[in-house]
Write a protein that binds this ligand. Structure first.
Ligand code: CMC
Length: 369
């Protein structure tokens, strides 16, 4: 029996061509392209094409995929009815998980395929924006076909077209988070599809996994911490107090990166730039003070992607409980690509557990216990 490895640290559970997380050198690579070089240039649609079709699109290919995505934004009738039936105070991650599941009811054991990947990816922002408007007592805003993935989500959320700066910042975020090796939600999606289940079931597993605060849920907790701190000059004392109580400071640390998460480097820049442009530099300044304190007290812990995404979203006017769902909007491109890859070269994923219970007990009938 091989040794038990808590958290499966260091275990290689798949081969992938989709992304490389180079933890030692702080690099993230999508199918050979270093993300730090592309994050500001590429659109989310280009990344999705790269993932699903294996190469960067030329202009007609990109226009074709953009048209397919924008033509697939509406929900199935059952999914729209499910969305309407959910309580207004539900957590948007639970809403996403539930609506995706309903969308899959007509697809039992269907092989993963690109049209299904396009539909789930395209319809996620519709679910989120419609839910947010409904809970505010507002009518949903119909998607605008000429707007890209990032711009259309912001439009459906607010009913007005967002400024190019905001669209660019959200697009960069969507590009940066689109895939990330064998992260926990991708693993659970792969485990599900490896039983020859279907894409909707696997995405449902992934959303449930992403939601947790040790994974995608961290960005919402980061914003709660920034709000609790309130002013940059309170950051040091409050972070020290948390560390003294052995609390985890959300947005720091990573299983794979042993240096700065390259996505955090880019988002730090966006946080500062957005802070200056929108007159909300305070959130960047608090974040910087938290980071400085953490680097002094815990030099091995660097900010991860969730740390600076919190201030970026907040300054974009996105409600806190939509932070993790937006992570899911982006990761949908990677999840679906990883599912196609797993299915194409599948073997059941079935690790073992080491039994540490009592070796042998004698059964005692119930009336003698
Ligand atoms: N604050 C304070 N201490 C920490 C933190 C933190 N954020 N992260 C790790 N540590 C300490 C931890 O207490 C432990 O110390 P000790 O050995 O003294 O008990 C040591 O560092 C190792 O921690 P671990 O939990 O064994 O490390 P891991 O590789 O299992 O966990 C992690 C990685 C990301 C779950 C963890 O760093 C963490 O909880 N971070 C906060 C949550 C967070 O930001 N999550 C987002 C991750 S990046 C986006 C994503 O992929 O979802």
């Amino acid at each position: 029996m091989p040794d038990y490895v808590p958290g499966l640290e260091g275990i290689v559970a798949a081969q992938t061509e989709i992304s490389l997380v180079d933890g030692a050198n702080g690099r993230l690579v999508y199918r050979g392209y270093v993300i730090a070089d592309l994050a500001e240039e590429m659109s989310f649609e280009e990344v999705a094409h790269l993932f699903w079709f294996g190469h960067l699109p030329n202009r007609p290919e990109l226009d074709g995929l953009a048209a397919e995505l924008s033509g697939s934004r509406s929900l199935t009738q059952a999914a729209a009815a499910a969305l309407d039936a959910l309580p207004k105070d539900a957590d948007p991650m639970d809403v996403l998980r539930s609506v995706v599941s309903v969308q899959g009811v007509r697809h039992r054991l269907e092989k993963p395929n690109v049209p299904a990947a396009i539909h789930v990816t395209a319809s996620f922002p519709t679910v989120l924006a419609a839910f947010h408007r409904r809970r505010q007592g507002l009518d949903p805003v119909k998607p605008r076909p000429e707007l890209g993935h990032a711009a259309n989500y912001l439009y459906m959320l607010t009913g007005t077209e967002a400024s190019p700066d905001l669209v660019r910042a959200l697009n960069t975020y969507l590009v940066l988070l689109a895939d990330h090796g064998m992260n926990a939600s991708t693993f659970s999606a792969r485990v599900t599809i490896a039983t020859l289940s279907d894409m909707y079931s696997a995405i449902t597993s992934a959303i449930g996994t992403l939601k947790g605060p040790l994974h995608g849920g961290a960005n919402e907790r980061v914003m709660e911490t920034l709000l609790e701190i309130g002013e940059a000059d309170r950051a040091r004392d409050m972070i020290n107090a948390k560390l003294k109580q052995h609390e985890r400071v959300m947005g720091f640390g990573h299983r794979v990166y042993k240096t700065e998460d390259p996505r955090a480097t880019i988002l730090r820049r966006h946080s500062e730039a957005l802070g200056r442009r929108t007159g909300q530099l305070k959130w960047y300044e608090i974040s910087r003070e938290v980071e400085k304190t953490m680097r002094e007290d815990k030099p091995d812990l660097y900010p991860n992607v969730d740390f600076y995404s919190a201030s970026v979203y907040h300054m974009m006017g996105i409600p806190i409980d939509q932070f993790t769902p937006i992570f899911a909007i982006s990761r949908m491109a990677g999840w679906t690509a990883q599912l196609l890859e797993q299915y194409a070269n599948n073997r059941l994923i079935r690790p073992e557990s080491e039994y540490v219970g009592p070796p042998s007990l004698k059964y005692v009938p119930i009336d003698k216990r």
